[in-house]
Design a binder for this molecule. Structure first.
Ligand code: PLP
Length: 366
């Protein structure tokens, strides 16, 4: 959709690129680190300063104790962190349960390591799931379950009760819990971020994955990490070394400085900004007759596009692009079996003027 959007000079609410400003402290430190000669390979699992900063943040924000010497592997974005974790911990034909609608990279990462996804489908508009469906998705080959909270594409924030179901299930069947928390700071309506790894009963089997692409608007820097117990992180570290050697050294410095320097208000102000953007896009979608499923977190919204012409979500997305020059992602991209035909996903991490223009255009479609 990004390519199609570029062809017509449209507004791209399809791809999850964050257009916010990179915090000054982060930019300054990356630049000065380059000038100071921090341009070589780092230790395979990241600079000590960054691992320390992440360990502090994990304790303070996520409620997870991580030893910066052994439990953290800095990688090429959270995408790289998940790939290394899957390659290190899964065998070919192992199965991992995913919640659907899903983030496509999760499926494709599993396929890339010859593992297989199994699906538990969540129900709109709140994206709830039946805990019995976890058992139904289980096979003798199931090795893990994947959580993404706050979620892309639904905006769902998993509740403590849901995470308890998942924890009990993982313990009962001796599974890994892979959890992608890249949107951990983007929460609405007093929702709290709960890291599955903070539940003591599954701390030993949880691989927590996150990064700074979204929080610091540095999707091109490729700084992410995994946090887990040493018995797993050692293996993940070997794989990370083999694939990436290390994450970019001066950019690791920039992110470390950001984590150390930025006050809690940075994160709450950023969130408040996304609250406003969420209101803007959801009210525009409502007026356009594209009923939104109100997101609880992240910066995406799924909308019901059933009144747009087309058989498939791709046809509907193309119709929207042709008539309004606003791009969205077809809903079928988030389902394995052709569901999602009436859904479109919009990303609202845009600057206010661009988002306001996109909203004006969407409202015209009615
Ligand atoms: N995880 C989720 C759920 C995402 O939506 C995205 C990007 O859209 C990523 C991971 C990618 O993160 P990174 O840039 O750290 O690889």
């Amino acid at each position: 959709m990004t390519i199609e959007c570029d062809k017509v000079g449209g507004i791209n609410l399809a791809q999850g690129v964050c257009d916010m400003e990179v915090p000054l402290a982060v930019r300054r430190r990356a630049q000065s680190a380059m000038d100071e000669g921090i341009n070589s390979y780092t230790r395979h699992d990241g600079l000590a300063r960054l691992r320390q900063a992440i360990a502090g943040k994990m304790e303070f924000y996520n409620g997870i104790q991580a030893d910066p010497e052994t439990d953290i592997v800095v990688s090429g974005g959270s995408t790289g962190a998940l790939y290394c974790a899957c390659l290190a911990l899964l065998d070919p034909q192992d199965e991992v349960i995913l919640f659907e609608p899903y983030y496509g990279y999760h499926v494709n990462t599993l396929l890339a390591v010859d593992a297989a996804p199994a699906y538990v489908t969540m129900a709109a508009p709140d994206w709830t799931f039946d805990p019995d469906d976890l058992e139904k998705a289980l096979t003798p080959r199931t090795k893990g379950i994947m959580v993404n909270t706050p979620n892309n594409p639904t905006g769902k924030v998993y509740t403590r009760e849901e995470l308890k179901w998942i924890a009990d299930f993982a313990i009962r069947h001796d599974l890994f819990v892979f959890t992608d928390e890249i949107y951990e700071y983007f929460l609405y309506n007093d929702r709290k971020h709960i890291s599955p790894g903070s539940l003591p009963e599954i701390a030993d089997r949880t691989i927590t994955i996150s990064g700074y692409s979204k929080t610091f608007s540095i999707t091109g820097w490729r700084i992410g990490y995994s946090v887990c117990q040493k018995q797993w992180s050692e293996m993940i570290g070997y794989v990370n070394d083999l694939i990436y050697v290390c994450a970019p050294a001066p950019l690791q410095e920039g992110v470390a400085a950001g984590i150390e320097i930025l006050a809690p208000s940075f994160y709450t102000d950023q969130c408040a900004d996304f609250v406003t953007k969420r209101e803007m896009i959801c009210s525009a979608l409502e007026k356009a007759g594209l009923t939104p499923c109100m997101p609880q977190g992240s910066y995406y919204v799924l909308a019901d596009a059933s009144h747009l012409p087309g058989e498939t979500s791709k046809e509907r997305a193309m119709y929207l692009l042709e008539t309004t020059k606003v791009a969205a992602v077809p809903g079928e991209a988030f389902y394995h079996d052709g569901n999602g035909k009436t859904l479109l996903r919009f990303c609202y991490a845009k600057d206010d003027d661009e988002l306001a223009e996109a909203c004006r255009r969407l409202q015209d479609i009615r």
